[in-house]
Ligand binder design. Sequence first.
Ligand SMILES: C[S@@+](CC[C@H](N)C(=O)[O-])C[C@H]1O[C@@H](n2cnc3c(N)ncnc32)[C@H](O)[C@@H]1O
Ligand SMILES: Nc1nc2[nH]cc(C(=O)O)c2c(=O)[nH]1
Ligand code: SF4
Ligand SMILES: [Mg+2]
Length: 247
Amino acid sequence: MLTLATTTPGQPEIFASLQGEGPSMGRPSTFVRLSRCNLACQWCDTAYTWRFTGDNRFHRDALAFERRENQVTMEEAELAQAVADLVPDRLVITGGEPLLQGAALARMLAALDAIRPGMHVEVETNSTVAPHPALDARIDQYNVSPKLAHSGNPADLALLPDRLSAWAAEPRAFFKFVVATRADVDEVMALQQTYAIPGARLFLMPEGRSSDVIRERSGWLADFCSQHGLRFTDRLHIHLWGDTRGT
Ligand SMILES: C[S@@+](CC[C@H](N)C(=O)[O-])C[C@H]1O[C@@H](n2cnc3c(N)ncnc32)[C@H](O)[C@@H]1O
Ligand SMILES: Nc1nc2[nH]cc(C(=O)O)c2c(=O)[nH]1
Ligand code: SF4
Ligand SMILES: [Mg+2]
C-alpha cells in the first residue's frame, strides 16, 4: 500500500507532464506524488503533502502520522496500472519525500515492469533518506535536493553528512540546490567542497512559485553559473502552468 497526495480530495496525484527541473527538463514524464515528508521547508511548494491539520514541524517519524485529508492510499498493482496507462515512457516519483515509502515503491515498480517493462525512473528526494535496496536496484536517476539554512529546517535533520557523501559518490545522483540569495549560493559552494560533489552533477535552481520571481532570480543566478562553470536549471512547469497541482 502506498500513500499518495491528491489533486482534489480522493483523486491520487498521478499525471503526465514535462519534467520541469534538472537534467531531464523538457522530457515528457508521468509524475506520481507521494504523501508525507520528514522535513518542513518554509517555502515548500507542495506543503499539502505533509502539512496536515495541527503542527507537525520537524517530526522525525513522518509515517507515524495517521491518514489525513490530502492523502489517498493505493495498492501497488493499482498504481502500476495507472502509470502504465499514461503515454510518457519516463516516470518521476516525488512527494513529499518518496523515499519514506521505499519498500512499497519497489513492489510497485516490479508490478510496472511486468506490464510495461523498461520505463526510465527518476526519484526526487531531499537527500536525508537512504533508498531501500530493492528500490535502489530499479532507479535510473536521483534528483537530490539537500536543504540549505533558508529552508528553515534544522541542519542536523536536513544535512546528514553520511547521506551527502553517499549521494556525492553515486553517479546516478544529480544535486539540485534551491537558492534565493547569494548567501545561499555561498552555502552550496561550501557543501560542494566538503562533500566533493562533482560540478557535472550539481545544479542551481531559483526558489520561486511564480514565473516573475523565478525570472528575477534567474538573471543573477544564470550569470553566476556561467562564471563558475555550474549547471543552471529553470522551473519550466511554473512558467508553463503556474503553481498548480497536477502539472
Ligand atoms: C516538493 S519537492 C519533493 C521531493 C523532495 N521532498 C525534495 O525536496 O527534493 C520537489 C522539488 O521541488 C523543489 N521545491 C519545492 N519548493 C520549491 C520552491 N518554492 N522553489 C523552488 N523549488 C522548490 C524541491 O527542492 C525539490 O527539488
Ligand atoms: N512538471 C513538473 N516537473 C517537476 N519536477 C519536479 C517536480 C516535483 O514536484 O518534484 C515537478 C512537478 O511538480 N512538475
Ligand atoms: S523536503 Fe521536499 S516535500 Fe519536504 S518540505 Fe522540503 S521541499 Fe517540501
Ligand atoms: Mg514541484
